[in-house]
Ligand binder design. Structure first.
Ligand code: FES
Length: 452
């Protein structure tokens, strides 16, 4: 089922790439990060074109819950501990500035996209120590944060960390308007990137600067992003007749939920898991049961799922693609915080390309130092990949029907809930006919025939 954003928005169709081109900047991916980067480059006097394999906003932007917030889970106490207060401040400041910039742009351009300022809250039903620490850390970085026990949710909580003056909006209405500001070619699939040349199925683009803003960078080397990220799925049901909170909420407990109002509708989310991991329970079923328990009599009007790229240390990769490619850039690994991160990414990439000063870039650099958390996550990620590759080599009861992933060959897992084949290694997904749904794979997968 499609998201409420898609059901309500018609984005003007664009032409395919008309033939070979030479431009200063080419951006791969016309989601929020790509379009905002194109827009700020244009403001800086630099021509950029965007190449989109599918439709504008057809990737992850259409599936977000669109919380515009600098509250990215329990991040600030960890950032201060790991990177020091200066770097943590850069992370906080660029995300807080992103909220302001959304408001400024929306007002300046008169974009009707239901932009509402509201608090963002983390809650726990079992403990308050981490929440208190997070509120203190955020305050130390200049965020208007507080800890309390007041909550609008339909169950009791142990504590709440609240950030003031965050926001929510309709992401596709915003995107549709901003897309009018930039030059985009749709249904133009990038096949290969080599130095300054981008090869597509419609022609070649020669560019001084190349930006990868298409969710998961599909170039494996250099960069090795496939080894430094994994993907997670999460699920949303949209409810009518529920009691809508004014603030946005996210649970920090293992089985925590997400709550966020959109007009009369409540977006109720949860059930995150690594893509490709077999689930023992029916996730939508669980969400629906909980919705009925919390809001008796509510009606489901839509449901959908999202796929997010997760980095090893929880900080997005925004900056130079690799030390070996001085004029390639990347914005990926946004976790579940694509709204403020897209805006932050657009500013960082614009500054890098135009040569402007941008002190915030270091904390997001894909070449930043490797932390203990990253090392631990790398071991977990590596174990999943080895298991997926081993399954490819070992016979199992399912081998005659389960295909292998065209990205690097891992055995796919059948996901009965979404009727898709999902890859446990790096998160590519395919529909039941084997058609590609989510990258980093670039091609459809072939069904294995019986006995092979
Ligand atoms: Fe990499 Fe499947 S996504 S092997």
């Amino acid at each position: 089922m499609e998201s409420i954003w898609m059901a309500e928005t018609e984005i003007r169709r664009r032409e395919t790439l008309p033939g070979d081109m030479e431009v200063p900047v080419v951006i791969i991916g016309a989601g929020l990060a790509g379009i905002l980067t194109g827009y700020y480059l244009k403001q800086a006097g630099m021509k950029a074109i965007l190449l989109e394999a599918d439709r504008i906003g057809g990737g992850q932007t259409k599936n977000t819950t669109a919380k515009i917030t600098s509250q990215h889970g329990l991040i600030y106490s960890r950032l201060i501990r790991t990177f020091g207060i200066g770097m943590a401040k850069h992370y906080a400041q660029i995300n807080e500035a992103a909220i302001e910039e959304y408001e400024r742009l929306i007002l300046e351009k008169g974009i009707a996209c239901d932009f509402v300022r509201c608090p963002a809250c983390l809650y726990s039903t079992v403990e308050d120590t981490l929440l208190k620490q997070e509120a203190e850390a955020a305050k130390a970085l200049g965020i208007a944060a507080s800890f309390g026990r007041e909550c609008e949710l339909p169950f009791s909580v142990a504590g709440v960390t609240r950030f003031e003056r965050q926001a929510r909006f309709h992401p596709l209405r915003f995107l549709a308007k901003m897309a009018e500001e930039v030059e985009i070619y749709e249904r133009t699939k990038v096949l290969r990137v080599e130095d300054k040349c981008v090869e597509t199925d419609r022609g070649y683009v020669e560019a001084e600067h190349i930006v990868f803003a298409a969710h998961f960078p599909f170039v494996n080397m250099p960069g090795f992003y496939f080894a430094r990220m994994y993907q997670e799925r999460s699920y949303v049901v949209a409810l009518e007749g529920a009691k809508n909170p004014e603030s946005m909420y996210l649970g920090i407990d293992k089985d925590g939920f997400s709550f966020r109002s959109q007009g009369d509708i409540l977006l109720f989310g949860g059930g995150s898991h690594r893509t490709g991991l077999k689930q023992r329970e029916c996730i939508y079923g669980n969400l629906r049961d909980k919705a009925c328990e919390f809001y008796p009599g509510c009606q489901e009007v839509a449901h959908w799922s999202a796929q997010d790229c997760m980095t090893l240390d929880g900080i997005p990769y925004i900056g130079r693609f690799s030390r070996r490619k001085a004029k390639w850039y990347v914005a990926t690994g946004f976790g579940k915080w694509g709204m403020t991160t897209s805006m932050a990414g657009a500013h960082i990439l614009t500054a890098l390309i135009t040569g402007d000063h941008c002190p915030e870039k270091d904390i997001f650099s894909p070449q930043r130092r490797f932390t203990a958390k990253a090392a631990k996550e790398l071991a977990v990620h590596g174990a999943h990949t080895v298991k997926g590759l081993a399954k490819h080599l070992l016979p199992s009861g399912d081998t005659k029907v389960i295909p292998n992933c065209p990205h690097m060959g891992c055995r796919l897992e059948w996901n009965p809930e979404e009727e898709s084949y999902d890859c446990p290694c790096h998160g590519s997904r395919f529909d039941k006919e084997g058609r590609l749904l989510d990258d980093p794979a670039q091609t459809d997968c072939r069904r294995r025939s019986a006995g092979k």
